[in-house]
Design a protein around this ligand. Structure first.
Ligand code: URA
Length: 439
């Protein structure tokens, strides 16, 4: 078998066999297939697609490309959660502690930023001392002892995804249903949890821009989960507007803590609470309304915030995460003003994410550095009314030179009009094995 024949076959729109998919993943992991060849095949898949059988084969090959984690020694139902990525999406930082505080063990493996979206691991690393690479033993021990651990993919978990994820990030091959479905589900299958809640983002800041594509992605992932014996549900949530007001690593951790303290923006709170309730429901903590109550109580009692503190201390944070010294603050701050008067009719969330990357919050190359203090605080969002010159956002960075391009991009992201925009629900649909419900 030759990789060039496989690339050619997919380039021409033909179906790949199970053996060809396995050959690709084996070759990628052993180094016999080079990054430029993998990139070419990714682009062919991006353009031509994969059918459900090919997607399931790719998922299985990626899940089997390294170790799998056995969580059976942790008592209770282990429920995992994964977001398909968005701008300002810091939900894991809020949901993990809530769910753990309610007694469902959270053994969470997370990723780094991808494209214009941030990643939980980069965010947690903005907390001074926070260690995100745990050994398998430490990971399991922490979940057993404090009910929660959040780690980068330990050791050799789904290494094929690690390689492909980093390549897709820099080859414009991210937003593809089969590539996202196989990436997400391979990690979920290898990381050993019993049940899975997926947060499928939809809109201008998501990889899936339309509700139809997001529903297709949700159905594909739910079906892979069910085929492999893991009960899987998906909540499709809005990502047309950035979630919450903060974008950028340290800024997002601070905002997540506000929610855990019982404050914070309503949109972020609503999405986090719904996902947490769905996780508790899968963790057999009662029906969905009972689980929604449990979530609220965990905030009211302060237990969820306390759990975040325990998690940070256990993973090496030098200060309590709510201590001023726990995270870097940006040395340069710059206010962006509204270019005209009117309603903010919509926001191009992807451009907001890109502007934040330009300020230093994301990587330019796959192993490049990032600035944990960089990002954007949105002072006005979709639906708000602004006067010309009114403050709409604050840019945070370490380098003044980065401001002009980021500011121009952010201004482009705001669409200001005379009429108020129609409101759109934050939770758009729900999918499980019995089908899709649209709200
Ligand atoms: N999240 C993932 O884990 N993989 C993707 O491809 C996109 C989002």
């Amino acid at each position: 078998m030759r990789i060039t024949d496989i690339i050619e076959k997919k380039r021409d729109g033909r179906e790949l066999s199970t053996e060809e998919i396995n050959f690709f993943i084996d070759g990628l992991c052993s180094g016999n297939i080079y990054e430029y060849q993998a990139s070419a095949l990714l682009m062919a898949i991006y353009i031509r697609g994969l059918n459900s059988r090919e997607t399931a084969d790719l998922t299985a090959a990626m899940a089997g490309s390294g170790e799998t984690v056995d969580l059976s020694e942790i008592p209770g139902i282990k429920v995992d959660k994964h977001s398909t990525g968005g701008v300002g999406d810091k939900t894991t930082l809020v949901i993990g502690p809530i769910v753990a505080a309610c007694g469902v063990p959270v053994a969470k493996m997370s990723g780094r930023g991808l494209g214009h979206t941030g990643g939980t691991i980069d965010k947690l690393e903005s907390v001074r001392g926070f260690r995100t690479s745990l050994t398998k033993e430490e990971f399991i021990m922490n979940v057993k002892e404090i009910g929660i651990a959040i780690s980068g993919q330990t050791g050799n978990l789904a290494p094929a995804d690690k390689l492909l994820y980093a390549l897709r990030d820099v080859t414009a091959t991210i937003s593809s249903v089969p590539l996202i479905a196989s990436s997400v589900m391979s990690k979920k299958l290898a990381s050993g949890s019993d049940r899975i809640v997926l947060d499928v983002k939809t809109g201008s800041g998501a990889f899936m821009k339309t509700l139809e594509d997001s529903v297709r992605l949700a159905e594909e992932m739910v079906s892979i989960g069910e085929l492999t014996g893991r009960k899987t549900v998906a909540v499709i949530t809005d990502m047309d507007t950035p979630l919450g007001n903060c974008i950028g690593n340290a800024l997002e951790v601070k905002e997540a803590m506000e929610i855990l303290k019982g404050n914070g923006p309503e949109d972020l709170k609503a999405v986090c609470f719904e996902l947490a309730a769905r996780m508790l429901e899968l963790g057999d903590k009662g029906d969905i309304s009972a689980c929604r109550e449990l979530v609220k109580n965990s905030i009211r009692s302060g237990n969820a915030l306390k759990k975040f503190g325990e998690l940070a201390a256990r993973q090496g944070a030098e200060f309590e995460p709510w201590d001023e010294r726990a995270m870097p603050g940006a040395s340069v701050r710059h206010i962006v003003s509204a270019p005209r008067e009117g309603y903010i009719a919509s926001m191009r969330a992807e451009l907001v994410g890109k502007a934040s990357m330009l300020l230093g919050a994301g990587r330019k190359t796959k192993d490049g550095p990032l600035d944990h203090s960089a990002g954007i605080v949105l002072l006005k969002k979709t639906g708000g009314y602004v006067k010309k010159g009114e403050e709409i956002a604050e840019l945070h960075t370490s380098s003044r030179q980065l401001l002009p391009e980021a500011e121009a991009m952010l201004i482009q992201a705001y669409e200001i009009r005379a009429e108020a925009p129609a409101t759109r629900p934050l939770i758009l649909a729900y999918a499980d094995e019995s089908g899709v419900i649209r709200y």
